[in-house]
Design a protein around this ligand. Structure first.
Ligand SMILES: Nc1ncnc2c1ncn2[C@@H]1O[C@H](COP(=O)(O)OP(=O)(O)OP(=O)(O)O)[C@@H](O)[C@H]1O
Ligand SMILES: [Mg+2]
Length: 263
């Protein structure tokens, strides 16, 4: 089966999920259906945001896309150069840097696994650390960094292997508003520079509109796609322009039953 359509060579698919369903068996023996027939396509270079109520299966979906979890049914198709469980990093909400490694050696980790020479991996890591605004902290351990700095480090760590596809699970969810805004802009700059494909989960409606080329809205559990919204606003998307508010309201309405009960 061909993932990319030969009749439309201008559009290349990085990730496609077809009819993906997943249930878990809890320790008490009951069955919880997390995902129900999810279909989703992410084009190369696109920044796609997933938003939906808590427990609707967003993390489950990212784990399936990364190859960390197998779906019960359905298919996960990857674009050129992508291999599950190998070169699709995921940045999580809770800081994932190795506590026993310095920042530099956290960022070099993926390159060590790929047997890149020490000199080259240190150069690559230092350049990325500078890009995420952490120059001078190469020798620091994670506990010596603030939450925002650790997330900058986690992004540098994920980018070190030059991934084509980056998965992000509420990466800024634990940060204060100011730090969140700074990191949103930093991520958009890195994404625009590298043209990497990003699949980004958030709970935050404003963040979804600031970040996404497209926003995919999930239903309550079992999660399924209930809306796909193209966001055509120019970047940077700060400020409450009329156009921004319009998209925000549309998204808010599609989530309305859950986020603002009674509206
Ligand atoms: N390992 C597991 N064993 C049993 N049930 C699980 C497991 N992982 C997730 N679930 C259940 O699957 C459902 C979806 O979980 P998931 O973590 O994917 O949701 P989510 O959309 O990421 O939620 P949140 O927004 O709160 O992070 C939840 O009801 C959860 O309890
Ligand atoms: Mg989650």
């Amino acid at each position: 089966m061909k993932l990319n359509d030969p009749d439309r060579p201008e559009t290349k698919v990085a990730l496609e999920l077809r009819g993906v369903s997943k249930s878990y068996c809890s320790e008490s023996g009951s069955l919880v259906q997390a995902l129900d027939g999810v279909g989703l396509t992410v084009q190369e270079g696109e920044f796609v945001v997933l938003i939906g109520p808590t427990g609707c299966g967003k993390t489950t979906l990212l784990n399936i896309a990364a190859g960390l979890l197998a779906p019960d049914s359905g298919q996960v198709l990857l674009g050129k150069g992508l291999r599950q469980g190998d070169n699709i990093p995921c940045v999580f909400q809770h800081y994932t840097l190795f506590p026993w490694r310095t920042l530099l050696h956290n960022v070099t980790f993926g390159l060590e696994m790929r047997s890149i020479a020490r000199h080259d991996r240190n150069d690559t890591a230092r350049a990325l650390i500078a890009k995420v605004g952490l120059s001078g902290f190469e020798g620091a351990y994670p506990h010596e960094l603030s939450g925002g700095m650790r997330q900058r480090g986690a992004i540098a760590q994920a980018l070190a292997i030059k991934p084509k596809l980056l998965l992000m699970d509420e990466p800024f969810g634990a940060l204060d508003d100011y730090t969140r805004m700074e990191l949103q802009q930093m991520l958009i700059d890195l994404w625009q520079e590298s043209q990497i494909t990003v699949l980004f989960v958030t709970h935050n409606i404003d963040e979804a509109v600031v970040m996404g080329d497209r926003v995919i809205v999930f239903s309550e559990r079992p999660g399924k796609v209930i809306k796909k919204l193209q966001v055509k606003l120019s970047r940077p998307r700060r400020g409450l322009s009329q156009e921004f508010t319009k998209v925000l309201v549309e998204l808010r309405q599609s989530l309305g039953g859950y986020v603002w009960p009674g509206e």
